[in-house]
Design a binder for this molecule. Structure first.
Ligand SMILES: [Zn+2]
Length: 476
């Protein structure tokens, strides 16, 4: 990288280093794509670009360890889905209609959205790769956006023992991954618990390639402790394995994950709505399981880690209170703190991906992935009294002022720098048009409007009043 040096001046710096050093009124100097220095009143090269960080928070770029970027082309379509509609729509009915250009469109938009929201590293959990051409399209899009991306290769139209052992996959890996521009490569598939363990062949491919496996584990009704047991007994629970959701597993499975160097990618907004199980951080932290955060898919939810941090902290505390109330007890002091979820959104992701020496913290020598949260026009941006709490409960994606990836400014003053949003818009419109036509209007409407179950209204033993009519009366 030969970008001009730059310095963030006078910000509240969350270094996320090992001791979580917080530096008020400090500078972060970036040179040659890396963090050169962090501290107050740094002297900097004459040609350094100066970014005024006063009134803002400077933190490491966030890391999303599980995101189906290709599904961004269908943003919001599945808002009212459960996992049932998701599986029917993508796995059984409509997933096969996605062409390589549709994968490109979703990946392009999702990748741009990530850097705009300060997510500088994203694992593209890409299970729509029906052919190597689809995979080429996925990588083309990721390479067109100046963020850091790990491709997690998957194909929901085939068993992993089929696609992972195919010549097409091997050829793709040789052409695009070895020596390519991506930040990493994983194999993405799920273990159903079939006692014949057909997934073994795919694990062997991962082992031969020396890459990690990422797997949806502990998903209610889909994957469970049997899958974990099979992986464990066959020697495939190895360091670097990422278990996504892990929301309905036994304590024994959590012990196995912790004992084998794995980690869990928690997608709280997803687990709360889709039904994989209760967001598991409340159990994971008691089992010593390392955590990273993810947003899963914008076919339902948002795609930014502010949402992930906020919902994760809230869900953990909800559970802690509920568990206590069930025992007639009161939680007087929360176990999970905002500081910890900011760590999960940065260092946690870096560790899960084996990239902790390179990203995840603002320390000299690490790659310069930096986010400035600053919005002088926002009444929610002052006072900043609790820095971690401000990131988790006060700030949001619209407050992301500047984003730097590997020393290059990709967002400045709240605006993306040359990120091709217009191209993404045209391509996503073409994809939506194609799918709408391929499905037909009836199926399209049915797909996004699941049947509403009959609501049960309980008999009320007290005097009945008409709420709406009553409100009209007492207002006067
Ligand atoms: Zn997922």
């Amino acid at each position: 990288m030969s970008e001009r040096p730059l310095v963030f001046r006078g910000g509240l710096v969350l270094t996320m280093d090992d001791s979580h050093t917080v530096l008020p009124g400090a500078d972060v100097l970036v040179a040659d794509g890396r963090i050169a220095a962090v501290g107050p009143g740094l002297s900097v090269p004459d040609d350094a670009e100066v970014i005024d960080a006063s009134g803002g928070i400077v933190m490491p770029g966030m890391i999303d360890t599980h995101r189906h970027l290709w599904q961004t082309a269908m943003r919001g379509y599945g808002t009212d889905w459960t996992l049932t509609q998701y599986f029917v729509w993508y796995y059984l009915e409509s997933g096969k209609h996605f062409r390589p250009e549709d994968i490109y469109a979703g990946n392009l938009l999702g990748a741009i959205e990530a850097i705009d929201a300060g997510v500088t590293t994203t694992v593209d959990w890409s299970h729509g790769l029906q052919t190597p051409q689809h995979a080429d399209a996925a990588v083309d899009a990721l390479e067109a956006v100046p963020g850091r991306f790990v491709l997690a290769y998957g194909n929901l139209q085939q068993g992993p023992w089929e696609w992972a052992t195919s010549d097409g996959f091997r050829d793709f890996h040789r052409r695009r991954i070895d020596g390519g521009k991506l930040a990493g490569f994983q194999l993405a598939f799920d273990v159903t618990g079939d006692p014949a363990f057909p997934e073994k062949a795919a694990f062997e491919v991962a082992r031969d390639l020396g890459v990690a496996v990422t797997t949806h584990a502990g998903v209610w009704g889909a994957t469970n402790d049997e899958g974990i047991r099979l992986m464990y007994e066959n020697g495939f629970m190895t360091p670097g394995t990422v278990y996504v959701h892990a929301a309905t597993l036994s304590g024994d499975s959590y012990h196995r994950i912790a004992a084998t160097g794995g980690s869990v990618s928690v997608s709280t907004e997803s687990e709360q709505s889709a039904g994989q199980g209760y967001p598991p951080t409340w159990a994971l932290r008691r089992h010593g399981v390392p955590v990273s955060l993810s947003m899963d898919t914008s076919v339902w939810w948002s795609g930014d880690l502010f949402s992930a941090m906020r919902t994760t902290l809230s869900a953990d505390r909800s559970r802690e209170h509920l568990e206590a109330h069930a025992k007639q007890a009161t939680v007087t002091h929360h176990h999970l703190r905002a500081e910890q979820v900011v760590d999960w959104a940065t260092r946690g992701g870096a560790k899960a991906l084996g990239l902790d020496a390179e990203i995840g913290a603002l320390t000299p020598g690490r790659k310069a992935d930096v986010v400035l949260i600053k919005n002088d026009a926002s009444p929610a941006m002052f006072p900043i009294l609790h820095p971690y709490g401000h990131v988790v409960f006060q700030a949001q994606r619209g407050d992301v002022h500047t984003v730097v990836v590997g020393g290059a400014v990709v967002k400045r003053d709240g605006r993306l720098v040359g990120a091709g949003l217009r191209t993404a818009r045209a391509k996503v419109e073409a994809t939506v048009g194609h799918l709408r036509e391929a499905l037909g209007e009836d199926a399209w409407q049915r797909g996004q409007n699941p049947d509403l179950p009959q609501a049960e209204l309980l008999d009320n033993p007290y005097q009945y009043t008409d709420y709406d009519a009553g409100a009209a009366e007492w207002k006067h």
